[in-house]
Design a protein around this ligand. Structure first.
Ligand code: FES
Length: 61
């Protein structure tokens, strides 16, 4: 699966896709990393997704 695909599962632990994160940021306007993770309930298990989540936040500013 292409990492840039909207279907790409960024947070495997919580089953959150890139598309879901992009939509959340767009709709909520939340761009604080901790806040995005808290509100989407992700990034709080193994932490492997955090770097990608930060990249998505950065590229959606
Ligand atoms: S992949 Fe996101 S917390 Fe494990």
């Amino acid at each position: 699966m292409d990492k840039n695909s909207r279907e790409y599962e960024v947070c495997v632990c919580r089953h959150v896709t890139r598309g879901a994160i992009e939509d959340f940021i767009k709709e909520s306007g939340v761009t604080d990393f901790k806040e995005v993770c808290a509100q989407m309930n992700m990034g709080n298990v193994c932490g492997a997704c955090r770097e990608t989540v930060m990249e998505i936040i950065d590229s959606s500013r």
